[in-house]
Design a protein around this ligand. Structure first.
Ligand SMILES: [Zn+2]
Length: 72
């Protein structure tokens, strides 16, 4: 199962500044969900952002994802 988020911006976890400066993209495994005899693996494309706020030391951060699965 693959998911790709199309938000342009992300909020810096240190200063709450909203930035659209993307440094890189990568795929990561977010969750493995056992369904009956199968294992469903949720992959997301994640991004690293750069924050322009110079008041904080951490200026590079990974965007955060949350997974929610709804069964019928
Ligand atoms: Zn920041």
């Amino acid at each position: 199962m693959y998911d790709q988020f199309d938000q342009i911006c992300s909020r810096c976890p240190s200063c709450q500044n909203v930035t659209s400066r993307i440094l890189s993209r990568y795929w990561r495994t977010l969750k493995v969900i056992p369904i009956l005899t199968l294992s469903v693996i949720l992959h997301v494309q994640s991004r690293k952002f750069f924050c322009d706020n110079t008041d904080y030391i951490q200026r590079i951060f990974n965007e955060r994802h949350t997974a929610k699965m709804v069964l019928p």
